[in-house]
Write a protein that binds this ligand. Structure first.
Ligand SMILES: Cc1cc2nc3c(=O)[nH]c(=O)nc-3n(C[C@H](O)[C@H](O)[C@H](O)COP(=O)(O)OP(=O)(O)OC[C@H]3O[C@@H](n4cnc5c(N)ncnc54)[C@H](O)[C@@H]3O)c2cc1C
Length: 447
């Protein structure tokens, strides 16, 4: 452990794996759960193994079923351990003789690209309503205790929360159900739900997460999304519903639910449980700069670019790679440890497979921590992969006041200019670039 307390740094290399207890001390107050191995292995090597093993046959028919043939690639895509372009190209190589087998998968993959464009367009504005709410009623901004504890009394909701808290993953359809439950059945504010997801999901991000919550709430869609029991039962395989003795709020027809949830006279079923405590901010410790190998240029590897194939790493072989944990942000919104462990796997993988590039972990306010590492190395130039994530782009701008900052472009699935408003419009332009064919009309997303 390099001295400097919570604002210090940790360096390791090929000969050993990262000391998770030391990182846990570095991140004190920034995470929930116990330090140790994660629930799903992270890292580029694992991402490539998963990609090689994945067969998208039957994806179009089965993807909405919880047991359907989905890829589970999103945590790796979100952290840049593998890119969407790589996934598209490798699946084409393997299954290109039968393009129809790939179309629906590519269309879903393109949602990630679409949402990253939404984030690039709106920046921090994505954390607030993009459009007027279609059902404008007051929403409560809190995390109710029964949801925090995964104990709402509804086997389906508690089952989803168990997966979220324990495994850091939820199928897309379960995310939709949970978000609809949160917003429309509990009358809670979508922003708090999105923050809960960002803390626990292995793929938790701003772009796909906040956009999707807005889609469910109806502030980024022409109408709110909701479901009924029949839909949950059909697509979940029925196991939650079979033994359920709860009074089911979803057990009605769509028109009835529509009237109950959105009718002028009836408010959503609001407010069970109290507010859950979120750990308050801990005082920021001072500390010396990290021990850095001398270098004229360093690579700042942010949490969306964790790959030895990242353009910034490839352009700077042998340069020290600095990874920074944004501890003020993590104290305000503590991550589940499994999220931290997933990233540490990625760094271990990098250190093991990128001989010659020392990997250094620092913690603190992003621009401050990366700047300190650059100064300690004596570096005048900081390279990073371009990112629409506001925390990264804002820190890069601040670093630019004191260093030469080089942002390396990351290949996108599609180039589509202008404000991204609806996926269907985007897809008309993106489909030929993503699939090599024109978009089919009338295809639907979630239901
Ligand atoms: C309320 C809500 C919150 C969400 N939060 C996140 C999030 O924080 N991070 C995140 O990466 N995704 C999020 N999603 C999108 C989606 O649920 C996940 O990307 C998907 O479930 C990942 O599982 P998979 O890799 O097995 O997907 P697959 O079905 O195998 O799809 C392949 C890839 O396509 C992309 N993709 C598929 N469906 C979607 C979609 N609906 N939106 C965006 N990209 C998609 C993902 O990159 C995914 O890895 C959210 C969706 C909802 C409804």
């Amino acid at each position: 452990m390099i001295p400097g307390g919570p604002a210090g740094a940790y360096e390791w290399g090929m000969t050993r794996t990262i000391d998770r207890d030391a990182i846990a001390r570095l991140l004190a107050g920034c995470f929930t759960g116990s330090p140790g191995p994660g629930v799903v292995p992270g890292g580029r090597t694992e991402a490539l193994r998963l990609l090689e093993a994945y067969d998208p046959s039957g994806y179009g028919r089965g993807r909405n079923h919880l047991q359907g043939p989905v890829s589970r690639l999103s945590p790796y895509l979100r952290h840049g351990m593998v890119s969407a372009v790589e996934v598209r190209d490798r699946l084409r190589e393997r299954f290109g003789a039968d393009p129809a087998r790939l179309d629906e998968f590519f269309r879903q993959l393109a949602w990630r690209d679409f949402f990253s464009k939404v984030l690039a367009w709106h920046g921090r504005g994505l954390e607030d309503d993009i459009e007027e709410p279609k059902h404008p009623v007051p929403r409560e901004r809190r995390l109710p205790l029964d949801i925090a504890e995964g104990n709402t009394g509804l086997p389906c909701v508690d089952g989803m929360l168990g997966e979220l808290y324990g495994g850091g993953h939820l199928h897309n359809h379960a995310r939709l159900w949970f978000a609809a439950y949160w917003c429309h059945f509990r009358g809670l504010d979508w922003r708090e739900g999105a923050r809960l997801f960002r803390r626990f999901l292995l793929d938790g991000d701003t772009a796909s997460n906040f956009s999707s919550w807005q889609w469910v709430e109806g502030t980024f869609a022409s109408k709110p999304y909701f479901m009924n029991r029949e839909n949950i039962e059909n697509f979940s395989g029925g196991s939650w519903c079979r033994g359920c003795r709860a009074s089911c709020p979803f057990d009605r027809s769509y028109p009835e639910l529509q009237r109950i949830l959105f009718g002028a006279s009836l408010a959503p079923l609001a407010g069970l449980g109290g507010a859950a405590g979120v750990p308050g901010p801990a005082p920021e410790a001072g500390g010396d700069g990290p021990a850095m190998p001398p270098a004229a240029e360093i690579v700042w590897m942010h949490d969306g670019a964790m790959s030895r194939e990242s353009p910034a790493v490839r352009a700077n072989p042998g340069s020290p790679v600095v990874f920074a944990f944004d501890t003020p942000a993590m104290r305000a919104e503590p991550s589940a440890w499994h999220r931290v462990a997933f990233m540490l796997d990625g760094l271990d993988d990098l250190a093991a497979r990128q001989p010659g590039s020392p990997v250094v972990v620092v913690a603190g306010e992003l621009a401050e921590a990366v700047g300190r590492a650059a100064r300690a190395a004596g570096a005048g130039t900081i390279h990073l992969d371009a990112s629409a994530e506001p925390a990264v782009s804002e820190a890069a701008a601040r670093l630019g006041e004191r260093f030469r900052v080089v942002e390396h472009a990351v290949a996108a699935l599609a180039v589509v200019e202008g404000e991204p408003r609806r996926f269907s419009r985007y897809w008309e332009k993106a489909a030929p670039q993503v699939t090599g064919r024109r978009a089919e009309r009338g295809a639907r997303w979630h239901r």
